[in-house]
Design a protein around this ligand. Structure first.
Ligand code: BG6
Ligand code: MG
Length: 220
């Protein structure tokens, strides 16, 4: 029988609502490029790397062939400069409901806590939230070759936490993220709608419903 050893969290949209800041920053860039970009389109960007997100936006506008690789990197950098400005306002008040009690319960039970975020801004966001100390290991997005839904980032965190993937519980708000957790052979908790996250083992509509006890009961 498997026994839970670690919880591995996504950051954006799970621990804090930076998904909204990513959306606002991409929306502004899309507006400058004359590309319509809705919240529904934004769902496709969740969990996806910066450059891959830009490609999706250009595809929506049918503009993929309009820019060189260098120009694309400049556009992605522009979005990031705006995003970094937006996240400067983050404080511990921006931790989503249910996250602090869950972290406390995980710690009390003696399990490890990891972070599997595709964001290169994850350390800055966790610092703003005053949560950096809570994590036993954080993946470095610069060192991950394959983005979600590839399981690489979740497997990297499990390896560094020195736990077996089948003993890990991953928490994600993105479809690609839930797929990455399942492909890593882990138990998946989804935050969001069943339409998007149907592959998860448990789905909560919001983080406020997260329950350590329920997750562990379902896992075991
Ligand atoms: C993920 C977000 O966590 O990080 C994506 O869900 C984002 O929306 C990705 O594009 C990369 O983030 P950053 O901060 O490195 O541009
Ligand atoms: Mg996310």
């Amino acid at each position: 029988m498997s026994k839970p050893e670690a919880f591995i969290f996504d950051l954006d949209g799970v621990i804090t609502d930076t998904a909204e800041y990513h959306y606002l920053a991409w929306k502004e860039l899309a507006r400058e490029l004359g590309i319509p970009f809705s919240r529904e389109d934004n769902e496709r960007l969740k969990g996806v790397s910066r450059l891959a997100s830009l490609e999706i936006i250009l595809e929506i506008g049918n503009r993929q062939e309009s820019f060189t690789q260098e120009e694309k990197e400049t556009l992605a950098q522009k979005k990031n400069t705006h995003y970094v400005e937006l996240i400067k306002q983050i404080t511990s008040a921006d931790i989503l409901p249910g996250i602090k009690p869950l972290l406390a319960d995980i710690k009390k039970a003696g399990l490890k806590i990891g972070l599997a975020s595709a964001s290169k801004n994850a350390p800055a966001v966790l610092t703003g939230l005053n949560l950096l100390e809570e994590f036993d290991y954080m993946a470095d997005a610069n060192l991950i070759a394959n983005g979600k839904p590839d399981p690489e980032i979740f497997l990297n965190v499990a390896e560094n936490l020195k736990v077996r993937p089948e003993n890990c519980i991953g928490i994600e708000d993105a479809k690609a993220g839930v797929q990455a957790i399942k492909r890593a052979g882990m138990f998946a908790v989804g935050i969001g709608s069943i339409d998007q996250l149907g592959e998860a083992d448990i789905i909560y509509a919001s983080t406020s419903e997260l329950s350590f006890k329920k997750i562990i009961n379902e896992f075991c």
